[in-house]
Ligand binder design. Structure first.
Ligand SMILES: [Zn+2]
Length: 398
């Protein structure tokens, strides 16, 4: 995106955008020289110098003198000040929850896990998490600022207020998680709560297998099949935040199985963990993972699952025209075994959207959800670095 020719934008808006663009490059790519930033942003040298100085004064970046090599004057290095501005990333997983402080630039500053207590209410869980949050925040550098909270839930979440409509594997129904967190943590900071598969897609897009791409479909999950669709570099959320439920795309309505959503023949029933378990003749989730790792490419037991996986991918490719389809969770291992069946089904896609398409397994592993929650929480800072920082300082002082 050009940052210099925004017709009609006021000077202030332009400055805000340029600051955001610069900080985003540093956040995603790590330390860059000023000349690299000039090339990456398309801004001129003196503008980059002035914007960098503003970000440095705000404590968001720091400049470092380079160690001189080669010919010419070495360019000053600029790095994100991860220890000065951080977010709180809370991952409420099916097996356990984790709380992490993640600094600007994506470094994990501190992290702790909490085991679930059977029968515990969401409020009780957040109350226990609060003690962990307090102990982690106590380790943060003097003068550092928390600039937001990102929370991942394996369920259907309303983005506007973080209401969890349903998280089947946690047994949560209509849980006002956003307001519980705000009350228990006694915070006015922005809280972004989202579905775990969406957040995994955000993380793979920012720092993993889909880095640098703008149009991505990610298929993830185990028991359920989740998805995250990135369009023009942003997560497709839909009107309420419920978009991307690709697992419930009806693919085999006549003769298919009943889905836990109430429909029949959803994609999830053909490629989800239960389908894979039955195809492999194993009983548990860990046996599925072990069998997939042992299975050879083209294993005939998985031919049918591979065909369904490919059919769904072909539909998604036709609809979204992504640059990459990324397979996460169990699907990363499954894809390695059934890639040929998937390629065969992709032959049913229209030819044009297949141009340049790549299919690959996810790169980040189980940490991707926390990383995605952090990326989501950083979004407001990267959109308006100085304005958002000032608001957060005010809120923390209140
Ligand atoms: Zn369904």
């Amino acid at each position: 995106m050009s940052t210099t020719t925004l017709a009609g934008a006021t000077q202030d808006e332009m400055r805000k955008r340029n600051l955001g663009s610069l900080l985003r490059h540093l956040h995603v790519n790590g330390a860059c020289s000023r000349s690299e930033l000039t090339a990456l942003t398309g801004l001129n040298r003196s503008t980059v110098g002035a914007l960098t100085a503003e970000l440095e004064e705000a404590g968001l970046v720091r400049s470092e003198q380079p160690i001189g090599h080669g010919v010419g004057r070495p360019s000053i290095m600029v790095a994100p000040a991860g220890e000065r501005a951080y977010v709180l990333a809370v991952d409420v997983g099916v097996e356990h929850a984790s709380v992490a402080l993640i600094g600007l630039g994506g470094s994990v500053l501190a992290r702790r896990e909490l085991q679930h207590v059977p029968g515990e209410t969401p409020r009780k869980l957040i109350q226990r998490a609060r003690r962990v949050v307090d102990s982690l925040v106590a380790t943060a550098a003097d003068g550092s600022v928390c600039i937001g909270i990102g929370v991942s839930v394996p369920g259907v979440v309303r983005h506007s207020d973080g209401l969890v409509h349903i998280a089947p594997n946690l047994g949560w129904i209509e849980v006002p998680l956003g307001s519980i967190i705000a009350t228990v943590l006694r915070t006015n900071l922005p809280i972004a709560i989202a579905n775990d598969a969406d957040l995994a897609a955000i993380a793979e897009h920012a720092r993993g297998a889909a880095r640098g791409l703008s149009h991505v479909v990610m298929i993830s999950g185990d028991v359920g099949v989740g998805g995250g669709i990135i369009i023009d570099g942003r997560l497709m959320t839909g009107a309420g935040g419920y978009g991307g439920e690709i697992g419930h795309m009806v693919i085999n309505p006549s003769g298919g199985r009943s889905c836990r959503c109430g429909s029949v023949g959803c994609w999830e029933t053909t490629i989800g963990e239960q389908a894979v378990r039955e195809a492999l003749g194993v009983l548990t989730e860990s046996e599925v993972r072990a069998s997939l790792l042992e299975a050879t490419r083209g294993d005939p037991r998985l031919a049918e699952v591979g065909r369904w996986l490919g059919l769904g991918v072909a539909n998604l490719v036709n609809i979204c025209n992504p640059q990459a389809v990324v397979f996460g969770g169990m699907f990363g291992d499954l894809y390695r075994v059934v890639d040929e069946a998937v390629a065969q089904q992709l032959g049913n896609s229209l030819a044009a959207p297949l141009e340049g398409l790549v299919l690959r397994s996810a790169a980040l592993g189980p940490d991707s959800v926390s990383m995605g929650a952090a990326e989501r929480a950083f979004l407001s800072l990267l959109d308006d670095p100085l304005g958002h920082l000032a608001r957060c300082r005010e809120l923390s002082a209140a």
